[in-house]
Write a protein that binds this ligand. Sequence first.
Ligand code: NDP
Length: 282
Amino acid sequence: MAYLIDGKRIAQEIKDELKDKVAALKAQGKSGTLVVIQVGSDPASSVYVRNKKAACAYIGIDSISHELPEDTTEEALLTLISELNQKPEVKGILVQLPIPKHMDENKVICAISPEKDVDGFSPKSVGALVIGQKGFVSCTPAGIIELLVRAKLPDFSIEGKHCVIVGRSNIVGKPMALLMLRENATVTIAHSKTKNLPALCTQADILIVAMGKPGFIGAEYVKEGAVVIDVGIHRKEDGKLCGDVRFREVEQKAFAITPVPGGVGPMTIAMLMKNCVESIEV
Ligand code: NDP
């Protein structure tokens, strides 16, 4: 049976460390606010926004949310971001994705000042990651590195391992590949046009799945003794959550695995908090 990588516990550990850090920063007179902007009322987005605000409250930083109607114009959103960019007390700005289709997501992301881009999505943040400079790193991939390091799996390190990442999105797959490279893994990225995915995945020492396809990855995709990270998150008809990986099957073969829920999910918010604290610190 595989080691269970407990994201909930590790995320709590990180938030507790941050809580202490925020208190120390406050004592030095340093504080700041995270502004979360939600356009429309997608129920999943509302839950994410609530969770982010709750995490801010837990670690002791202020947060404000702007809940804008679905028919908000792109211009109005860009004006709000521009105003927030100017406010010194605002240290982080986050636009909850997805945004309505009549808006250009790239344009909105680019409007956020890179110094306040705590999601790490702006071209400057991504470029810094590519060339190994300091900058905000996308929270989900950064959280996966923390999971692998803090899980303290026996005789395990990332360096030298072959990591296969299934998915090449700008917010998960691509930054994940760059972070794995930074950790000296050998990296392969797979996507929907990849041929013979099972053969490729079974070469992975570390298999990171971010496809957005519930239960797609079964035991036939997994090498005996691999570490399997499931980024996917889906709500089933019975209301329960599941990932892209068929957990029960894969845990029989893997060395270690993340559950859904309680794996990658909690780490995303913990790393967002880490980025916010870094933004207050500078
Ligand atoms: P996207 O839909 O943006 O990307 C999915 C990727 O998977 C694409 O690159 C796509 O390839 C690839 N893909 C889809 N089908 C296949 C296939 N049959 N074979 C190989 N590759 C395939 O998703 P995200 O990266 O935004 O998210 C992925 C999942 O992770 C979702 O379930 C999302 O909800 C979850 N998520 C969870 C987070 C958390 O905190 N736990 C945070 C962010 C995301 P192509 O590029 O060719 O289309």
